[in-house]
Design a protein around this ligand. Structure first.
Ligand code: F6R
Length: 294
C-alpha cells in the first residue's frame, strides 16, 4: 500500500513486457484466486504494520506460497522471521515514501535472486549516477513546474505502461508531501473517455495544469494522440507541460521522472507552507482503524 506499494508498481511497469510469468500487484486485503503454493509472494511494507498487507500475507501463508518479506520491522518482520521466511530488512526511521530507493532496489534484487528476472544491476547504477548528477538542474526545473501548479489542479498523464506507476508516484507525492489533490490517467485509454470530460465542470477546468510524462518508448502514435488531445481540448487547461525522461536504461529513465516529480512535490509543499513530512490524516485514519475491531 502507499509508499511501499508503489515500489511494486514500478517493478511491474518495468518488467511487464519482459517476464514469462504473470506478475500481480495486490493493493488490498485479499490476494487473487490464482495465488497458490507455486507462487512467489513478496510482502512489502515499510513499517511492517499495514493491515491490508498483513491480511494479504496471512492469506499467502495459508495458500503455502514461497514468501519474502521486505520491511523495516513491525508485525510483518516478526511474524515472517518466526515462520522462517526470508526477511529482507530496509533501514528504519524514514517516512515510507522517502524509502522508495531502498524498497524498490530490494524488491528488484530479491526478484532477481529468485530467478524471476535478471540484468538490472547496470540500470540501478546508472539511475543512482544520473540522479546525483542531475540533482541541481532538476531542482531548478521543479521550482518552475511547482510555481505553475501552485493553486491549480495537476493532471498527470502517462504515455506508456512503464510510466503508469510514475504518474501514480507523482499523484501520491502531491497528495502526501504537498497536501494537494492530483488526477492521473494514461494514454491511449484517456482518448476513449476522459477527452470528452476535460474542462467540465468549467471551474476548475481552466485551473488545470496538464503534465504529460514521455519516454523514448512512447509510441509515435501515442505522441500524436497527446498533441491532438491538447489541441482539441485547448480550452480545458491553463498550461500543458511535456516532460521527457532522461538516461539510457529503462530504470534510469523511470527514476529521472520519479525524482523530478518528488522534487516538484516538495517545492510545491514549500510554496504552500505545508510540512512535507506531515500526513496527519493518514495517521488519524490508521489510529481509528486500529481501534475498530473486526
Ligand atoms: C508514505 C506513507 C504511506 C504508507 C502506507 C503504507 O510515506 O506514509 O503511504 O506507505 O500507509 O504503510 P507502510 O509503507 O508502512 O506499509
Amino acid at each position: 500500500m502507499g509508499g511501499s506499494g508503489i515500489s511494486a508498481r514500478i517493478v511491474h511497469g518495468l518488467l511487464l513486457d519482459k517476464l514469462g510469468v504473470p506478475l500481480f500487484v495486490c493493493n488490498d486485503y485479499d490476494i487473487p484466486a490464482a495465488v497458490s503454493s507455486e507462487t512467489l509472494f513478496v510482502a512489502v511494507s515499510y513499517s511492517g504494520n499495514t493491515e491490508e498487507t498483513l491480511s494479504a500475507y496471512a492469506q499467502a501463508r495459508k495458500r503455502g506460497c514461497c514468501i519474502i518479506a521486505i520491511t523495516s520491522g513491525g508485525e510483518l518482520g516478526r511474524s515472517a522471521a518466526k515462520a522462517g521466511y526470508s526477511v529482507v530488512p530496509v533501514p528504519a526511521g524514514m517516512p515510507p515514501r522517502a524509502a522508495l530507493g531502498h524498497l524498490f532496489s530490494t524488491l528488484l534484487v530479491s526478484l532477481e535472486r529468485s530467478g524471476v528476472c535478471k540484468g538490472h544491476q547496470r540500470g540501478l547504477e546508472e539511475a543512482v549516477r544520473l540522479m546525483r548528477a542531475r540533482r541541481r538542474p532538476w531542482l531548478v526545473r521543479a521550482r518552475t513546474i511547482a510555481k505553475h501548479i501552485d493553486g491549480r489542479l495537476p493532471i498527470v498523464y502517462s504515455t506508456s505502461r512503464m510510466l503508469d506507476a510514475v504518474a501514480d508516484r507523482w499523484r501520491c507525492q502531491f497528495n502526501e508531501n504537498a497536501g494537494v489533490l492530483c488526477h492521473t490517467n494514461s494514454f491511449p485509454e484517456h482518448n476513449h473517455n476522459e477527452i470528452v470530460g476535460m474542462g467540465h465542470p468549467e471551474n476548475p477546468g481552466r485551473d488545470v495544469v496538464v503534465v504529460a510524462l514521455l519516454d523514448r518508448e512512447t509510441r509515435p502514435r501515442t505522441r500524436y494522440r497527446l498533441e491532438s488531445v491538447l489541441d482539441i481540448t485547448e480550452q480545458a487547461y491553463h498550461l500543458a507541460m511535456r516532460l521527457e525522461s532522461e538516461g539510457r536504461s529503462r530504470l534510469a529513465r523511470v527514476f529521472s521522472l520519479i525524482m523530478l516529480g518528488d522534487l516538484v512535490s516538495v517545492e510545491l509543499a514549500r510554496l504552500l507552507g505545508k510540512d512535507a513530512m506531515e500526513i496527519d490524516r493518514i495517521d488519524e485514519l490508521k489510529r481509528r482503524m486500529a481501534q475498530k475491531r473486526g
